[in-house]
Design a protein around this ligand. Structure first.
Ligand SMILES: Nc1ncnc2c1ncn2[C@@H]1O[C@H](COP(=O)(O)OP(=O)(O)OP(=O)(O)O)[C@@H](O)[C@H]1O
Length: 266
């Protein structure tokens, strides 16, 4: 497999009026084409900062990000992002269909192709009948499915997701996890999924990257060798799942202990 995403020696320092925060110390990793990688780390580890850099929304202080071999210097056309705040990411004055269609128009696709992509993506997320609704008429989980449909319709090379299910209830969350995994399996989009939930990371990913506390580096890179066909009840209760969960939890404990040591030394 060739690399779709290369992150080399990424460093990010926030500086404002004399105040300096080194959010990302030194991160290096790559994601293969078609891979599903999850990123976990303690709160404040710089996960959102990392994703913003990957999405070209924030310039790294040092280091380099390559998307399919080309440096990311601004929002790349081949990338779609799904954020936690779905409410804010959809335009309330546009229908579901129009929300999904907008980036496709910006891409310059012809009408017939846009119509097909919108219909297919709505069907894929189980919202075939909700195209004419407005986002505010839908539940939180449905709105998040619209955000996912919009990302998928765009046919990105890479899909970045930043804690996309943090604000929905547990049952909806499980449904959305299964939806994202099945879309990934059928479409093969290279996916990077940030979560603070260890079980979610193991359940979804083919690999889990554990980040240290800020200034961040990669503490552990855990391959998830669970069968591709996963099920909320069965997969989560296997000994393999428990082993992976323990390894990732240990990494996060280590990250937090490292932060406490750094704070004590400061
Ligand atoms: N715009 C900013 N200006 C200054 N510091 C910032 C800015 N954004 C984030 N930070 C700091 O950078 C560090 C990393 O923040 P970031 O939001 O990337 O972490 P995170 O891992 O996504 O956190 P959480 O899991 O709590 O969402 C934190 O110390 C945060 O306070």
């Amino acid at each position: 497999m060739t690399d779709m995403l290369n992150v080399k020696g990424l460093n990010k320092v926030y500086e404002s009026s004399g105040h300096r925060v080194e959010a990302i110390g030194d991160i290096t990793f790559s994601v293969a084409r078609g891979e599903f990688a999850c990123i976990v780390g303690p709160s404040g580890a710089g996960k959102t900062t990392l994703l913003k850099c990957l999405a070209g929304l924030l310039a790294p202080t040092r280091g380099e990000i390559l998307l399919d071999g080309a440096p990311v210097t601004g929002p790349p056309p081949g990338m779609a992002v799904v954020f936690q705040e779905y409410g804010r990411s959809l335009f309330p004055w546009k229908t579901v269909r129009q929300n999904i269609d907008l980036p496709l128009r910006q891409k310059g696709l012809p009408r017939a192709e846009r119509d097909r992509l919108v219909a297919d993506s709505l069907a894929a997320v189980g919202l075939a009948d909700s195209g004419d609704a407005y986002p505010w008429q839908l539940s939180g989980g449905m709105q998040q499915r619209v955000a996912i449909a919009r990302a998928v319709a765009y046919e990105p090379q890479v899909l970045l997701m930043d804690e996309p299910f943090a604000a929905v209830d547990a049952q909806t969350r499980a449904d959305l996890e299964d939806l994202v995994r099945s879309l990934w399996r059928s479409l093969g989009i290279t996916t990077l999924f940030v979560t603070h939930d260890v079980d979610e990371a193991v359940y979804l990913g083919e690999r889990v990257l554990v980040l240290s506390a800020s200034p961040t580096h990669v503490l552990d890179d855990v391959p998830v060798a669970l069968p591709a066909e996963r099920d909320q009840v069965t997969s989560r209760s296997t000994p393999e799942f428990a082993e992976l969960r323990t390894r990732v939890h240990r990494g996060i404990q280590e990250a937090k202990a490292g932060r406490r040591r750094a704070e004590a030394a400061a």
